[in-house]
Design a protein around this ligand. Sequence first.
Ligand SMILES: [Ca+2]
Ligand SMILES: [Ca+2]
Ligand SMILES: [Ca+2]
Ligand SMILES: [Ca+2]
Length: 435
Amino acid sequence: VPENNTGSFYQAGASDPDGNQVTFTIAGGLDASRFAITPSGQLSFVAPPNFETPADSDRDNVYQLQLGVSDGQASATLTLNVTVTDSREGIGVRRVATGFIKPVAISAVSESLLLVAEKDGVVFAFNPQNGNRVQLGRIGNVGGAGVLSIISERDFASTGTFIAMYATANGYLVVARFVRNLAGQYEIDTVRSLLSVPAPDYSGGGWLGRDADGNLLVATGDAGPRGDPSGSAQQSNSFFGKLIRVTPNPDPYAGASPNFYLFSNIAKGLHMPNGGALFSGGVLLADAGQDTTDEINLLPSVIDPARNFGWPFKEGTRVVQGSPPADALDPVIEYARAAGQRVGSGIVGGAIGGKLIPSLSGHYVFADRGGALFSVPASTLQNGRTLSLSAVERRDADFRPDAGLIDSPVAITADSAGLIFILDGDGEIFRVDAN
Ligand SMILES: [Ca+2]
Ligand SMILES: [Ca+2]
Ligand SMILES: [Ca+2]
Ligand SMILES: [Ca+2]
């Protein structure tokens, strides 16, 4: 039976030598509770089976049951195994690009325009519909950690302005606007400067997003090195290990020098954030662990006072040093590190699918750098309950692309309609289409 089956899939039969009417029942079997049968023998699942989250007793998608039939006096039984098979569930992933050199960051301006940044700072405008790519410019002074994140400015269509987050060769963490000058070349916007802070030991990670009002969101890793010894992620006056909402300063010329932006910490206690998605007025934010655990955190609101996600005291639900602060929020999903494995090489968040594909609509899609792909209905994620991967759908087979391999995903994004793009570290871009 293909997964998601909703109707009757099997008609039981029996013959009675006297011609009496016979009635069918579920008589037993390890997975009896998963099935219903009509008196006339039409067998169905109580809830549509899901191949990626099997509900049979040993979770191998082979459901064991025993049918019974009776004429009121004599009875007989039949042992039946029902095997649930995988379906692509309406998903048809297409490779839309190859040949980027160590791409690390992607931003969907629209369904026909992506910004793609390579590690060394080269930024492209790429049209996934026709394959056209144009090199916009190059971010200068990028250090070994490379570009961390990129996003289009709200007026990109008219100005071409984008925002990039990167660590510089001389030890600064920078978030800066890149604007076109009169000669059409990109240069850093030194007037409307965003963020530039010394970070000689920056631990890595970073994400740029927008809240529902269009305000810039900036997620930063801790100041490093290992274990955040300076406690930066917990310090309210530090820019490190935070999710920061950036709003326009209503009075930019009030101070000694112009200041166009205001910064509010809306989350702290992050280690190495790597991808976020707006959800229900808040943010689902992936945070890579240091040694033991990768996690997805749920910030309920971008307006409320800062929430604390626990680093460097906790990785996932596990205490890794000291005494965690009482207000530390546990993640909504966690899984263990396993270096070099398909699952456990580092979390990559995430985007929420739109209406185009029913089986992904409202699902949060995330990945592991080792190549595993996952989805989970975002509505099932709630603080106070930490899911393991056994509660999440592993979608590698459903996402098998028409060409190439999704083997080293580094970033996932979606356009405003929930059309999902996956950036692969070996230079490919994949689009998650309806089949
Ligand atoms: Ca499924
Ligand atoms: Ca089984
Ligand atoms: Ca499937
Ligand atoms: Ca690949």
